[in-house]
Design a protein around this ligand. Structure first.
Ligand SMILES: [Zn+2]
Length: 82
């Protein structure tokens, strides 16, 4: 589980249950937990309106996700259930 924060201002965005390894380039909306921001918009922004990514649909799986801009978020590993 990852705690996602805005790199610009440090505001908490959400918890994210990552599948697979490697860099976090996108966040699938069905794996976002405890979000502090609106997920229904076209863009993903932090509470202070820094733009973090754009909404996309991955056609292969037909899943909605936010494609994250490079270095837009800071990640911290947290244990599930905390
Ligand atoms: Zn921010």
């Amino acid at each position: 589980m990852l705690a996602i924060a805005c790199r610009e201002c440090g505001e908490h965005i959400c918890l994210y249950q990552k599948d697979g390894s490697g860099n976090l380039r996108r966040m699938y909306i069905d794996r976002i937990i405890d979000s502090k921001v609106v997920l229904s918009k076209k863009d993903l922004s932090c509470p202070k309106s820094h733009l973090l990514g754009v909404r996309v649909i991955y056609s292969k799986e037909n899943r909605a996700a936010f494609r994250l801009f490079v270095d837009s978020v800071a990640k911290k590993i947290v244990k599930a259930g905390q």
